[in-house]
Design a protein around this ligand. Structure first.
Ligand SMILES: [Zn+2]
Length: 468
């Protein structure tokens, strides 16, 4: 997942777009791969799954129903509880088997009201989102001069200036895994130097003045200060003012708080295996989301496309040798309790998990399938991937799994796969009010469901389990 560093020039962007288009057209012209004979018994069913999935926009409409009816779904919210009940009910109507809720206690963080403004110079409301798990400000807010730093190193060297100030971490977005360290770690770092609050430049490419929320991590000890994300545009403005030698004062008001843990659940539905029901091919995403937007991309769509893979098989009367299990996990965003409770509850059967696939990286073109496992398993999965040529997804890249399937896959040493959407489009709306179903194309949802259905079907059906 390469991504652009700094600000590319328009000419460079145009060149890159050209190269991508060229690569795409070349890929489309690539002659079909040599025929893999062991796959012959699965070709007809795979073709039927692809044809059925891509015949209409059923999956997208289901995603719209989920997000329109239940909205965003933060752990502990009534929205999430209702979405869980709806999903289980709808899975039963689909004809999935053993549909059940596996209870999980989840943390409940409530945002409350929040606002921030530059009070001088001149008064200017900031586009902010408190970070999940943040503490509140005092009831009248907190006011301070701003210190801008571009990195943790810069904070260390200017630590003496941070006391009593609001520290703004203004690191430009490179890759999510690199830049997110500022969202998770900035409040803890700033507090060590006596800062009164921490602001972080939104972790995403430049958007439409959209702050991005997500968890803050205060660590085990030390003072906890309020932490919020501000839009790229506001962060840049503050940085420019300070660079001109001007003093910038900001007032921040936040009410974030934890309430007692709440009851929640993982939603589980299956197609029981006809010969080896104890062997499990696990697919899923997470049903919880942040409390802004409607959690369509993160990760309503991941739930829908994996669930849809099982629904397609059921609707076509396909019952593979092994059990196909769909799990819509709870609390991925701010606790991972759903993933951990699943791994604990099924610990005795961890080694029966023969494969685990997660969709939690968006469903955006161009997409790919990522895999982690032994070379023997990778070879087989690559060959199965040739069945996805009609979807343009035949190449399997490295890097499978996900936060939710991780604990059980690790315990059972199971090979893992991830459905990987275009990261540029995914991170543009990630954890923002702009994460809505409008951003996601119906054909892409159908295509993802088809690819996951074919991969899942073959792995659940083939005579020997996928090698570890
Ligand atoms: Zn997610």
């Amino acid at each position: 997942m390469a991504s652009l560093r700094r600000k590319p020039s328009p000419r460079l962007l145009a060149l890159l777009v050209g190269l991508v288009l060229l690569a795409a057209s070349t890929a489309a012209q690539t002659p079909t791969q040599p025929r893999v004979h062991w796959l012959d018994p699965y070709r007809e069913t795979a073709a039927r799954l692809i044809k059925t999935a891509t015949a209409d926009d059923f999956a997208w409409r289901r995603l719209a129903e989920l997000t329109d009816t239940h909205g965003n779904r933060l752990s502990g919210s009534e929205n999430l509880t209702r979405a869980i009940a709806w999903a289980a009910d709808t899975m039963r109507k689909d004809g999935l088997e053993n549909v059940r809720l596996e209870p999980v206690m989840v943390p409940k963080w409530v945002r409350g009201r929040e606002s921030a403004e530059i009070v001088d110079p001149p008064r200017h409301p900031l586009a902010i989102l408190g970070l999940g798990g943040s503490v509140a400000t005092p009831p009248n807010g907190v006011e301070g001069d701003v210190l801008v730093v571009n990195s943790f190193d810069e904070l260390r060297s200017r630590g003496a200036e941070a006391k009593g100030k609001i520290v703004l971490f203004n690191a430009p977005f490179t890759t999510y895994s690199d830049t997110v360290t500022y969202r998770t770690g900035s409040a803890r770092a700033a507090a060590q130097y006596g800062a009164v609050a921490s602001l972080v430049r939104a972790v995403g490419p430049i958007g439409l003045r959209t702050p991005h929320t997500g968890s803050v991590n205060y660590g085990q000890s030390g003072p906890q200060i309020p932490a919020a994300s501000i839009s790229v545009e506001d962060a840049d403005r503050i940085a420019r003012l300070l660079a001109r030698g001007q003093r910038v004062r900001v007032r921040l008001f936040m009410e974030g708080r934890f309430e007692p843990d709440a009851e929640s659940a993982n939603v589980v539905g299956e197609i029981r295996g006809r010969e080896r029901p104890e062997e499990i091919v696990l697919i899923g995403g997470h049903l919880d989301s942040w409390d802004v937007g409607t959690g369509a991309s993160d990760d309503g769509v991941g739930c829908i496309v994996t669930w849809e893979a099982a629904r397609l098989m059921t609707s076509l009367g396909i019952r593979p040798r092994r059990t196909v299990r769909v799990v819509l996990f709870t609390n991925e965003e701010n606790g991972l309790r759903g993933a951990n409770v699943y791994a604990e509850r099924h610990a005795a059967h961890a080694s029966n998990h023969v494969f685990a696939l997660e969709s939690d990286s968006g469903v955006f073109e161009p997409a790919s399938l990522g895999f982690t496992g032994s070379p023997a398993a990778r070879n087989m999965v690559r060959e199965i991937g040739t069945l996805l040529a009609p979807l343009g997804l035949s190449e399997i890249v490295s890097g499978g799994g996900g936060a939710d399937v991780g604990p059980i896959a690790q315990a059972g040493n199971a090979p893992t796969m991830a459905y990987l959407g275009n990261p540029g489009r995914y991170f543009a709306i990630h954890h923002t009010p702009a994460d809505t179903v409008e951003r996601i194309a119906a054909e892409e949802v159908s295509k993802a469901a088809a690819a996951i259905a074919v991969m899942t079907y073959v792995i659940a059906e083939m005579p020997e389990r996928l090698p570890r």
